[in-house]
Design a protein around this ligand. Structure first.
Ligand code: M6R
Length: 342
């Protein structure tokens, strides 16, 4: 059942090119769902864990490309500030069974908001709360760590943005499909070596790479049990800098986009404090090569492409680190695939 893979997680990582492509085509047919977003004045997304990280990517896309104010609220926190003015609330849940997300969506409905759901599981509980449902159709995900469901959610959000916006991103979506298979078997051994020796890891990024950093850190702590935090790179100076030491590797994402210069200067500041630096960047970036201890090179893709490809690489970094440490990758301690209590 694992299709020749050692773990479900690895199998599911390898299923991501298909999952990404499937979701892109499914969303194209969801006209009613897309129209409801198009007509919204503002959107609140409620989700937990990995689904919340994918939703944060969505909020960046919605604000930047579609100019629709979009906030993400954790399912468990929504009841403490359910802004009455929000006209559309979207619940995002792979399983469709997460109690906090469902409770948030029910509350939103009771407050008069229009409710939508994004889920991977047909007929799951969340589909009975929302007035309209978008199925990501990533296929069954067995491993507790979400991988292909995250990539499918991001695919759905990128396709929604594409269909809503005047500035379509068809080229970028095709490019991601083209390059996804290429990043499934990179040699990450040097980065894994640094991670297995660490007590704490910091993941940093700016813009859409901030949720990518949070998701990378979540995956790492969930299956390797190494303490990991995802930060917006600009926040480092506001506290986390105190953690930097030769025993605290930092994983930074730095691509030639608008934030490259400021990201590069953050990375140099980190190096100046002797923290080992693992950088994800574009191949042939000599400056990045010079500053980083380990450089993980991605093909020359757009920012959207780098968001997806980096996420897939960080899943593998977590996976190989957990395997090297002898962890129970598919069934990490204390965790369940669906959290059905609030
Ligand atoms: O099924 P859901 O997407 O609602 O699950 C939410 C979280 O419990 C889930 O994403 C969790 O964070 C993952 N195990 C992380 O890999």
């Amino acid at each position: 059942r694992k299709g020749g893979f050692q773990h479900y997680m690895l199998k599911e990582i390898f299923e991501q090119p298909d999952a990404f492509a499937n979701t892109l085509s499914v969303v194209k047919r969801c006209n009613e769902f897309i129209d409801q977003i198009r007509n919204a004045h503002s959107v609140t997304v409620v989700a937990c864990g990995t689904s919340a990280n994918a939703s944060m990517v969505f909020s960046y896309l919605m604000e930047r490309v579609c100019h629709i104010p979009t906030r993400v609220v954790l399912g468990s926190e929504f009841k403490y500030f359910p802004t009455p003015g929000t006209d559309l609330v979207i619940g995002v849940s792979q399983s469709g069974e997460t109690a906090d997300t469902i409770a948030a969506l029910k509350l939103a409905k009771n407050l008069g908001a229009q409710t939508l759901a994004v889920t991977n599981v047909l007929g799951s509980s969340i589909t009975r709360v929302a007035s309209s449902v978008l199925y990501t159709r990533a296929g069954p995900e067995i491993s507790v760590a979400a991988t292909k469901s995250f990539i499918s959610q991001v695919a759905a959000f990128m396709q929604i943005t594409n269909l809503l916006s005047d500035h379509q991103i068809e080229f970028e979506l095709a490019e991601i499909r083209r390059y996804l298979p290429d990043v499934l078997s990179l040699d990450l051994s040097k980065a894994v070596e640094l991670c297995t020796a660490a007590d704490t890891l910091l993941y940093i990024g700016r813009g859409m790479f901030y949720p990518v950093a949070m998701e990378g850190a979540l995956k790492m702590k969930e299956i390797s049990y190494i303490h990991a935090e995802g930060y917006a790179a600009g926040e480092l100076k506001h506290g986390p800098f105190a953690l930097l030491s030769p025993e605290t590797p930092v994983i930074g994402m730095c691509f030639p986009d608008a934030v490259y210069p400021v990201m590069m200067s953050n990375l140099k500041e980190i190096k100046a404090r002797s923290a080992p630096l693992i950088a994800l960047g574009r191949k042939d970036d000599k400056d990045l090569d010079e500053v980083a201890d380990v450089c993980i090179s991605l093909p020359a893709v757009s920012e959207y492409g780098a968001v997806v490809l980096s996420s897939v690489i960080l899943q593998q970094l977590a996976y190989h680190t957990a395997v090297a440490l002898g962890r129970d990758v598919d069934m990490p301690r204390n965790l369940a695939k669906s959290v059905t209590v609030e």
